[in-house]
Design a protein around this ligand. Structure first.
Ligand code: SF4
Length: 437
């Protein structure tokens, strides 16, 4: 038996790319293991959004030196966003000479060839393509998130937010052909998947590069018209690009979850300008009003960053007041951390770490109080839950409603992958507890 292990860092995009690497390796006869010792091939699928993710990756790669020394046939590969940056690829090559294959974000589909060449010729390979405009599809995907499945609708980003490295490592926006997306979704639904997560750095830009152009709302409608009972989610939206057609399409189709991830990043127009987000506080709030007018029960989650360069107390207060006004159904909150290679890195006015910490604590406290208030409104309600998993440790089933609320409950029979009706009996923080009805 041959074995492989994949270590994934970062976002859903990376998680899905690891599924593609798994597909390639399983098609070559490798079996998944969690053991570094047992694995014949170890792949690091790296992320570079935050410097500390890179430091962690260096540490984990370095820890394999001893194993590689003991077994020269073990293949160690490093791919993803880190090596796509030239300086990082050089560090990997020079500091970790035992790495066998280094490949970039645009070379994922080349991994099978690189591995075969390494095995047959014994040579080390570095392959970092700068082809930012093409799409190389992977023929094999080993899914790991049943009953949900990720489907890329597009790759890359054109937005160049000043704190973000993504456009530099993932290239320009390029949309997949709608027929390929629809065929993939249809196959997934026919094979039992109950939730389709459409992925793109900015799904609202979908189809602008196709000829003829296709609107994201049109793609959404076509996905929703596929037969079968399943849910549709999509991530991520950009406030400058979303339009009414997306909201109307959410409203029109039951299959499309009444929920949206709508990153605001800051409540201050000044900071949004420095972030190069291309919308103002007022424009963001207008888009929130538009979403709630067209889809009254829509659940809205967001990303918020504090401590961006030049963020004064007034700017931070603008963020707090926006959060109070919108009452998000959930928020991923971050402290700005400088990321070399981005515009914000060399800006003036970096904020003291102590102030950043004070601000994040205030923001988290505020969002927690909103979470508790929203969660308490669920008491006594009956929700349709798609069951994701059985948690062995807690001996409890866990699923989500269409708004993304996490619900815990007990069941005598295995209900993973099923839709069940749950009456909510307890609300604790962002978690809900209930019983099958
Ligand atoms: S939209 Fe902005 S934050 Fe999102 S990936 Fe593109 S550059 Fe990064």
């Amino acid at each position: 038996m041959k074995y492989y292990k994949i270590i994934t860092y970062g976002c859903q995009m990376n998680e899905h790319e690891s599924e593609k690497l798994s597909g390639i390796l399983e098609n070559l006869g490798y079996n998944l293991t969690g053991s570094d010792e047992l694995a014949d091939v170890i792949v690091f699928n790296t992320c570079c959004i935050r410097e500390n993710a890179e430091q962690r990756a260096y540490g984990n790669i370095g820890a394999l030196k001893r194993l590689k020394k003991a077994n020269k046939n073990k293949i160690i590969a490093v791919g993803g966003c880190m090596p796509q940056q030239k300086d990082k690829a050089e560090i990997l090559r020079d500091k970790f000479p035992f790495i066998d294959i280094i490949f970039g974000t645009h070379n994922l589909a080349d991994f099978e060839r690189l591995l075969k060449q390494r095995l047959e010729k014994g040579k080390k390979f570095i392959e970092i393509s700068n082809d930012e405009y093409s799409i190389k599809e992977c023929s094999f995907v080993k899914r790991s998130t049943y009953p949900s499945a990720y489907v890329n609708v597009m790759y890359g980003c054109n937005n160049f937010c000043s704190y973000c490295i993504v456009p530099y490592v993932r290239g320009r926006e390029r949309s997949r052909n709608p027929e390929d997306i629809l065929a993939e979704v249809k196959t997934l639904v026919e094979s039992g998947y109950k939730e389709i997560n459409l992925l793109g750095q900015n799904v609202d830009s979908y189809g602008k590069d196709l000829n003829p152009k296709v609107e994201f709302s049109t793609l959404l409608s076509r996905v929703a018209e596929i037969d079968g009972k399943f849910r549709i989610r999509f991530i991520s939206n950009h406030p400058k690009d979303i339009n009414e057609n997306v909201a109307k399409t959410i409203k029109k189709y039951d299959k499309i979850c009444n929920s949206i991830h709508f990153p605001v990043q800051s409540g201050s127009t000044k900071i949004l300008g420095l972030m190069n987000r291309k919308y103002t506080r007022e424009e963001y709030l207008e888009k929130i009003d538009m979403l709630r007018r067209i889809v009254p029960d829509i659940k809205i989650t967001t990303d918020i960053m504090v401590g961006f360069p030049m963020e004064l107390e007034d700017d931070f207060n603008d963020t707090l007041s926006l959060v109070e006004k919108v009452e998000f159904d959930g928020a991923f909150t971050f402290v700005y951390s400088p990321r070399s290679g981005t515009k914000a890195y060399s800006m003036d006015g970096h904020i003291d770490e102590k102030i950043k910490k004070e601000r994040i604590v205030k923001l988290v406290d505020l969002q927690n109080s909103i979470n508790r208030k929203i969660a308490s409104k669920y008491l006594g309600k009956t929700l349709e839950i798609l069951v994701d998993e059985f948690n062995l440790e807690q001996q409890i089933y866990i699923g989500r409603d269409e708004g993304g609320k996490v619900v815990h409950f007990n069941s005598d029979k295995n209900v993973v992958g099923e839709f069940v009706s749950i009456r909510i009996t307890k609300a604790s923080g962002i978690s809900l507890y209930g019983e099958i009805v």
